[in-house]
Write a protein that binds this ligand. Structure first.
Ligand code: RUB
Length: 320
């Protein structure tokens, strides 16, 4: 798929979910790198940084996207010729895609251990990582039941219930606002993440924080399934995760909206759940309390402190 088509598909949410977005962007960059005509190293780098910028601008909240792009681009920073850069980039892109898929399998194994036989689980939105845990628990013979929310306005809950249904898991489909009503029946809330900050706050689909608040009130555990590349290194320097606000036409039909004179349609796609409302974050390297998020950023993302200062598109000065 072409670079511009992938960027458009991510922006329009035909490709969605933080892990899938990252893999699709890396695949598009890999294809783009392979099809670029032979050139000198500087031209190759410039074209790749331009392509990375196009993809990186598509959805601002999923930290998986800049993290993945930065990881694969670092392969061409060290190369000495355009040919080396191209093959190093290809290899690094393959590694990213492989390890991203492997991470989901590891998270499934670890997450399933935190699900007990007989558990009723509430999930929100459509997270590949969270669903992998649920499906693995079911596969290992635990009898579980799931409550899945609708996820207004884009209805990702329909994708979730299709997956759960196909896996043969007993599922209840509820509107988003019924989450607190059903919380007394829930043993565990299990969701994914678009970003995890250094203090362990979890950024996920709008409504997650309300669910976590209701879970906290009911003393129900909240578990988040998140690959290490969803942790946000720059939050160490106090940078905030940008919350994407999407067009109001996702909320109301335009012909109805056009009749309104004093109403503004507000459509944030994500919200922030504070670490106090999160019990555990399951990553591919183990399950941690949110307070240990810094360890993941330091040990597993392996960013040096000076790298935090730079955007993932390297300036010309940095290239010299
Ligand atoms: C998706 C969403 C998911 C996370 C994690 O939002 O909030 O919970 O991205 O998903 P959207 P995954 O539909 O707006 O992209 O575990 O698949 O990476």
């Amino acid at each position: 798929m072409s670079l511009t088509q992938t960027a458009e598909d991510i922006r329009e949410m035909r490709i969605r979910g933080a892990g899938r977005i990252a893999r699709a962007a890396v695949e598009a960059l890999r294809e783009y790198a392979d099809t670029l005509p032979d050139s000198d190293l500087a031209t190759f780098r410039e074209q790749m940084y331009g392509a990375a910028e196009l993809l990186g601008d598509t959805r601002p909240t999923a930290v998986s996207l800049p993290n993945a792009i930065r990881y694969v681009l670092s392969a061409i920073e060290r190369a000495e010729t355009a040919t080396d850069a191209r093959s190093a980039f290809h290899a690094r892109a393959d590694t990213f895609i492989r390890s991203s898929l492997h991470a989901v399998r590891e998270i499934a194994e670890i997450g399933a251990r935190h699900i007990s036989d007989g558990d009723v689980i509430l999930t929100h939105c459509n997270s590949e990582a969270a669903l992998a845990c649920i499906i693995e628990a079911h596969r290992s013979g635990k009898e579980i039941e799931v409550f899945a929310t609708e996820v207004r306005p884009r209805n990702q809950g329909r994708i979730t219930i299709r997956t759960l249904d196909d896996a043969g898991i007993k599922t209840n489909f509820i509107v988003d606002s019924a989450a607190r009503h059903f919380m007394k029946e829930i043993d565990l809330v299990l969701v994914g993440a678009d970003a995890v900050t250094v203090n362990g706050a979890v950024v996920n689909k709008i409504g997650t924080s309300q669910i976590a608040l209701a879970a906290h009130e009911a003393r129900t555990n909240v578990v988040v399934a998140a690959e290490t590349y969803k942790f946000a290194p720059r939050t160490i320097l106090g940078e905030l995760i940008q919350i994407e606000e999407r067009e109001g036409d996702e909320l109301l039909p335009p012909e109805f909206a056009a009749t309104l004179r004093n109403v503004t349609l507000r459509n944030p796609a994500f919200d922030v759940t504070p670490p106090e409302y999160v019990d555990l974050i399951v990553t591919e390297v183990g399950a941690i309390p949110p307070q240990l998020a810094y360890i993941i950023i330091r040990e597993y993302l392996g960013w040096e402190i000076d790298e935090f200062q730079k955007p993932f598109v390297i300036s010309e000065q940095d290239q010299e």
